[in-house]
Design a protein around this ligand. Structure first.
Ligand code: BTN
Length: 249
């Protein structure tokens, strides 16, 4: 972290809030929290997902939190590095409890073919760098019934039949996440990318994708520093996609 030595990250616990991302943004207007600080809530009345969707989570069941970073040293065109380290820290946290966890590009966390964690990163840019980054994470831990319209939710409890201590999982995540952020500060971008590529969902072989051109079989060829996905078709052709421009199947 880039804190002064007496400025340790704080953890703010809430019973209920609209969204931990919103709460953190609002709180920062009143007080600058140390980098790496976390807001965690038992329940969200208006949890937000990507592309305007909601995020379902039954009261007290799952880990719902947001982390603040001030990554002013990261260029705006490298902001994907924050998605990479966040996904890796979540994946490696869940690896402590089960097998078959992977990162579905760009930053969904999957167990087999089901989604166990969603990540919503909101970066505020000033000029060419990132002024602040609010990283919202919802990890399904103990919920066993999902009523919403999310297509394929799963929780750690559904996978293993056990229940999990939210605080312990959060502590594990924080350790891993701070280590990865240190990598970023040390500009170990290539090392991070290598681990990210190794951790990807369906990283090997040809799979069915759907883009504006229709459906086609392709394999993951590369991911650019900007986060664009490069797919290679069976005839060798390379296609380049931004987030939401292509989906699996
Ligand atoms: C997704 O759609 O995959 C992203 C879901 C992100 C959910 C988390 S829960 C904690 C934080 N607060 C929110 O309102 N959303 C994120």
């Amino acid at each position: 972290m880039v804190n002064n030595k007496d400025e340790y990250p704080q953890v703010i616990h809430l019973k209920e809030t609209i969204s931990t991302n919103n709460y953190l943004r609002q709180h920062l207007l009143e007080e600058r929290l140390p980098e790496g600080s976390v807001v965690v809530s038992e329940y969200q009345t208006g949890g937000r997902g990507q592309t305007g969707n909601g995020w379902e989570s039954a009261p007290g069941m799952n880990l719902l939190f947001s982390v603040i970073l001030y990554p002013e040293h990261i260029l705006a065109n490298r902001q994907f590095i924050i998605s990479q380290i966040t996904s890796l820290a979540v994946k490696e946290t869940l690896d402590l409890y089960t097998n078959n966890i992977s990162i579905k590009w760009p930053n969904d966390i999957y167990w087999q073919d089901k989604k166990i964690c969603g990540i919503l990163i909101e970066n505020d840019l000033t000029g060419t760098t990132i002024h602040k980054s609010i990283i919202g994470i919802g990890i399904n831990l103990n919920q066993t019934l999902f009523k919403g319209d999310a297509p394929n939710p799963i929780s750690l409890a559904l996978i293993t039949g056990k229940t999990y201590d939210k605080q312990e999982v959060l502590n594990r995540f924080r350790q891993l996440f701070y280590s990865y952020y240190l990598f970023v500060l040390q500009e170990k971008f290539i090392e991070i990318k290598d681990i990210y590529m190794q951790s990807l969902y369906r990283k090997d072989g040809y799979h069915l994708f759907t883009g504006s051109e229709g459906s086609f079989y392709a394999r993951i060829y590369n991911i650019e520093n900007t986060g664009h996905l490069l797919l290679q078709l069976e005839n060798g052709e390379i296609r380049r996609y931004a987030f939401k421009e292509v989906s699996w199947k």
